[in-house]
Design a protein around this ligand. Structure first.
Ligand code: CA
Length: 528
C-alpha cells in the first residue's frame, strides 16, 4: 500500500554536541511533517545524507557540524528546514598564517592496557603482522624477469617454507628516465627504500637491479640504511651486512634462465631465515596502522570515518602508532590540526607540508575548489570544508604528535600526520614506507582495494554496500546510520578485528581473494 510515511522511524545523526544541524539517515530521506525523535517537525522534505536545522538559525549565523562552522546562513533558516548548499556561504579558504598553534588541551585519555597480538619481531625493533619475502627492484626494466622468478619461487620454493606467508615483487615505474638529482627525487627514492624496510618483510632485503639504471642499488640502499638493533638492549648492532643484489647485466649471466636461477638461489637463503621465525605475543602498541578513505559518499563522514576515529583513539590509548593522511582532504581543517599539535614544532611541520602541497598544486594549475564533485553535493556534502571535516574525523581526538614528509619512515608512536596525496594507491604506498603493518580503508561507493604487503581491513559506510559486497567488505559501519550500533560499538569491533588480523588468525577479504593494487610512487620531480 503506497504511503507517505517512511517504513522506519526517523533517524538523524548529530556529530558533535555543539552542532546545530544533523544528518537524515533514513533510506529515501524524510518527508515534510516527519517528527524527529526529540519532537521537532520537518518543514521541508530532507533527502538522505542531507542536513536538517535543529534550531532557528539567524542570517549570518554559523552552521555547525563536527563542532565547527561549515558555512554561514545566507538568510534566516527556521528549525526543521533542509539546510542545503544554496543556503550556506562557504567559509573562506584557510590561510597558513596566524593559525592556532598547539592551543587545544588534549583530552585525558586513560591508557588501554593488556591488549596484545601475535606478531613477528624484527631485529630493528619493529613488529610484522605478516612474514613476507619482498624482492626490491631498482628499476621498472627488471619487472618482467622478477615476476617470472617470483612465480617459480611461489610454486617451487614457497611450499617448503610454510612459515612464510608470501613472496612479493616490489614493482614500480621509477629508477631510470627520471631527473634523479632534482630536489624532489628524494621522495620516490626514500619511499622505495623505506618500503623495502617495512616490518612485514623481516629485514630480509634482496634487490634485483638491471645494471645501467640511474637508481643504483647503493643509492637506493646505502651502507648502514638497514638498521640492526639488539631487541633486548635497544643498542645498535652496527653489523654491516653487504646488500644482496642480483644484477641482470652481470657478465656471469648467460641467458635468461641464468638470471632466474640467480634470483631463485638468493631468494631461497632469505626464505630459510624467514621460515625460522615464529609469531610471539607482543603489545598492541606495536601496531602501526595507516588509515585512509576512498570512493567516499555522504555517509563516510557519518559512519565509517567516525568509527575509525574512535578506533584511532583506542589505538593511541593502547600506545600504538596511527598515521592519517590525504593532504587535499584535510587542508581545509588545517586550523584544527595545528591546534591539536602536541608542540609548536609539530604544528609548524604540518604548515610546512600544506604549503609545499599548495605550491605543488599551483604549479599544476589546480586548487582546493577542484575537490567537491556534483555527486558529493547531491549526497549532502555542501562544500570542501564539510567534506574535509568528514575525512579528518578518522584521526579521532588524540593530540597530533608527529609529522612525516612523503616517503619518510615513522619515528614515534601516537598519532602522526603522514603527508600524502589523497590518491588511494599513492597514499597506501607512502604509508607502507612509513612502516605501516596494518591498513584500514573506508569506502562508501565501494572499491576492492588491497595491498600485497599488508592486510587491508575495509569498512563499508552503508549497509547496502556491505550487503552487496559481502565478500569484499570486512566491517559494516552502516549499522551506525540505522541505529543498530553506535560509533563506539563499531570502533571497538574494528579494534578487536585488528588484533585478530594482525595475529594472522583472521584474513581480510582482500587477502582471501589475493586482491592487490600496484605500488604507485609519488614522484613530483621531472621525468627526462
Ligand atoms: Ca584515499
Amino acid at each position: 500500500m503506497p504511503t507517505s510515511t517512511p517504513s522506519t522511524d526517523p533517524i538523524i545523526i548529530r556529530m558533535h554536541e555543539r552542532d546545530n544541524v544533523a544528518i537524515v539517515a533514513n533510506d529515501g530521506g524524510l518527508p515534510l511533517g516527519a517528527r524527529l525523535p526529540d519532537g521537532l517537525v520537518l518543514i521541508d522534505r530532507v533527502p538522505q545524507g542531507h542536513k536538517v536545522a535543529l534550531v532557528d538559525l539567524k542570517a549570518a549565523a554559523p552552521v555547525l557540524r563536527y563542532g565547527i562552522p561549515i558555512g554561514y546562513a545566507l538568510k534566516d533558516i527556521p528549525a526543521g528546514s533542509w539546510v542545503h548548499e544554496r543556503l550556506l556561504e562557504m567559509p573562506s579558504a584557510c590561510g597558513l598564517d596566524n593559525l592556532p598553534i598547539a592551543t587545544v588541551k588534549p583530552p585525558t585519555m586513560a591508557p588501554l592496557e593488556g591488549y596484545t597480538f601475535e606478531g613477528f619481531r624484527n631485529t630493528d625493533g619493529s613488529v610484522g603482522t605478516r612474514n613476507i619475502l619482498a624482492i626490491t627492484q631498482t628499476v621498472q626494466c627488471v619487472a618482467g624477469v622478477t615476476d617470472f622468478a617470483v612465480q617459480r619461487i611461489k610454486s617451487e620454493l614457497l611450499p617448503r617454507f610454510p612459515n612464510v606467508d608470501d613472496v612479493v615483487a616490489l614493482e614500480h615505474g621509477y629508477g631510470c628516465g627520471v631527473a634523479i638529482d632534482a630536489p624532489d627525487a628524494i621522495i620516490p627514492i626514500r619511499t622505495l627504500r623505506n618500503i623495502s624496510l617495512n616490518p612485514n618483510f623481516g629485514g630480509e632485503v634482496m634487490v634485483v637491479s638491471l645494471g645501467c639504471e640511474k637508481l643504483q642499488p647503493e643509492r637506493l640502499l646505502p651502507p648502514g640504511s638497514i638498521p640492526l638493533i639488539d631487541v633486548r638492549s635497544g643498542t645498535s648492532l652496527n653489523t654491516e651486512t653487504p646488500l644482496d643484489v642480483v644484477c641482470l647485466q652481470d657478465d656471469a649471466h648467460v641467458g635468461f634462465m641464468s638470471m632466474v636461477d640467480s634470483i631463485m638461489r638468493q631468494a631461497e637463503q632469505h626464505l630459510q631465515r624467514l621460515n625460522a621465525r615464529r609469531r610471539e605475543t607482543v603489545s598492541a602498541s606495536e601496531l602501526v596502522v595507516g588509515v585512509q578513505c576512498g570512493g567516499s559518499d555522504a555517509f563516510s563522514g557519518v559512519t565509517a570515518n567516525p568509527a575509525v576515529g574512535y578506533c584511532t583513539d583506542l589505538l593511541v590509548r593502547a600506545g600504538a602508532s596511527v598515521m592519517f593522511s590525504e593532504t587535499t582532504e584535510v587542508r581545509d581543517g588545517i586550523d584544527q590540526l595545528t591546534s591539536r599539535a602536541t608542540t609548536p614544532e609539530v604544528a609548524q611541520a604540518m604548515i610546512r607540508e600544506m604549503a609545499w602541497y599548495d605550491a605543488y598544486l599551483q604549479r599544476g594549475g589546480a586548487d582546493r575548489s577542484a575537490n567537491t564533485t556534483p555527486g558529493n553535493k547531491k549526497g549532502g556534502l555542501s562544500n570542501i570544508v564539510e567534506k574535509a571535516m568528514g575525512s579528518i574525523v578518522k584521526s579521532g581526538t588524540a593530540p597530533i604528535a608527529n609529522v612525516l614528509s612523503p616517503g619518510e619512515k615513522l619515528k614515534a608512536k601516537g598519532l602522526t600526520y603522514a603527508a600524502t596525496p589523497a590518491s588511494d594507491f599513492i597514499c597506501g604506498t607512502l604509508q607502507l614506507a612509513g612502516g605501516m603493518n596494518l591498513h584500514v580503508f573506508t569506502t562508501g561507493r565501494g572499491t576492492p582495494y588491497g595491498l600485497a604487503a599488508v592486510p587491508v581491513i575495509k569498512v563499508a559506510t552503508r549497509s547496502d554496500l556491505a550487503r552487496r559486497w559481502h565478500d569484499l567488505m570486512d566491517i559494516n559501519a552502516g549499522t551506525i546510520a540505522t541505529g543498530e550500533k553506535t560509533i563506539e560499538n563499531v570502533g571497538w569491533e574494528l579494534f578487536e578485528m585488528m588484533l585478530e588480523v594482525a595475529s594472522g588468525r583472521k584474513k581480510t577479504w582482500a587477502e582471501h581473494w589475493k586482491l592487490h593494487n600496484a605500488l604507485v610512487l609519488f614522484n613530483p620531480a621531472p621525468i627526462t
